[in-house]
Design a protein around this ligand. Sequence first.
Ligand code: NA7
Length: 541
Amino acid sequence: MNEKINSLQSKNSVLDAMVVGAGISGLYLLHRLRQIGFSCQVIEAGADLGGTWYWNRYPGARCDTHSLEYSYSFCPQLQQEWEWSERYPSQVEILRYLNRVADQFDLRSGICFNTRLVSADFQPANNQWHLKLDPDQQLSCRFLLMATGCLSSPNMPDIEGLKTFKGPIYHTARWPQSQVDFSGQRVGVIGNGSSGLQIIPELAKQVKQLVVFQRTAQYAVPSGNRPLDPQEVAQIKADYPGFRARNRQQSSGQLSNVETCQQSALTVSPAQRQQLYQASWQQGGFVFYDTFNDLMTNQQSNQTAAEFIRTKIGQIVNDPQRAKLLSPQHVMGCKRPALENGYFETFNRPNVDLVDISANPIQCITTSGIRLRRDQEYLLETIVMATGFDAMTGALMKIDICGLNGLSLKQKWSTGPHNYLGLSVNGFPNLFTITGPGSPSVLTNMVVAIEQHVEWISDCLQYMAQQGYDRIEASAEAEEEWVQHVNRLADDTLYTSCNSWYLGANIPGKPRVFMPLVGFPPYAEKCRQVVEQNYQGFILS
Ligand code: NA7
């Protein structure tokens, strides 16, 4: 029995708001809703707070947004006082930061850990959500706020024999709390997205033999991670609000190579192009992918960047066969590109093998290793799955959410996510999704996207309280138009040109729909205008 929920429930027979998830979104929601006088409870499936940064604690786990940008902006004192040590914050440092935030604003007192939302039923008679939790508990709330994260439902591929393997199998997104000792072992890694690229160099240093099973080679540029320069920090902190405001004006919600990204890759000479790519490469970070303004809209421009990266891989990796195998061929950026810290160099180590499973796929996992379709078996003591997530909708679809007229969210979204502004779903009143599909979310600096959503939602709830409304729902027309808008924007880019988790293509049977919205500033402006026009597209009653 969950005593914390019980005591709250008895004080307020119906909670104003239930927040699901105690990551960056859930923590800020709790703080904001308390400020506007709402009774609010957070439930969290994990044993502690931090969301992404609680679960993804594998060796090498690091954010690929600059630390001074990947942090809350809502408290001037906090952003002045907190000291980041590196250009890109490690998982350990982000978790320390989130704990400091929780302490400063007394957030732990509002969170129930080890608690899952199992089902939520909307009751139109009283405009309340009836919730069932695990461990077994039932309660009601007026507003249900899903802070469940975009990349929080791990993808564990259904490989034959998975359960028969004698050794441990770890997923990067469900990494053990205690340190894992890999020394002297033969370890296999499946997957080389951002997580694989981070863990592989770290494992290679520890293990006897590392076998990397690669299905698709990945574009990656050096992160250029380094200790932060105190002068650079002081400069940003001297005008932190201005810095944050400039962040929000970027499509990606973070500062990039603004000077060079104003031109097409095809308007400069080949020599100049190489020079600019080289400058971005040396600078390190996502700046490379913004070297020109048409890399995600013009295939020919995109090819110039892709070729630059392939040449670099060829220069870094000693064995030409390996270099070729590590060189991606798909459109750069249609799968989320990565930053790397010594990933390609790792393949020059004598204790690292690279196995191409696109040509010869995994047939099964045996008791003692991984067998490929054409004969070969690799003997392993441990397997690491860096196989990603059921992104954007995965966590929501695991919960039985039932709206008006018995319609479930699973039915409603059976052909892909339908909602308005990525915030609200027609037929599901008083339900909000933070950084839901149809909002910029994963194409931006997540903290920027989260703050914008949390502030929009809490302002909306405050407005409703002031105006005496107790129900809000997206209209069917606004939703339909929004879905078309999201698709239109994606169709104008190269994002849809390969199989990616943006499209749900990494999960068998998932509808192929581009889920995030391209471009943060126009989106934020649209949300502002919606409010200005008395919540245009919403039905308030
Ligand atoms: P990603 O980017 O989805 O990468 C998953 C990797 O796992 C990728 O290389 C996949 O190959 C591979 N994969 C997935 N399923 C399989 C199976 N069944 N067999 C072989 N290989 C497989 O997840 P990450 O955790 O690295 O990163 C997710 C995001 O987190 C990242 O973009 C950042 O936003 C933070 P594929 O490319 O599908 O051929």
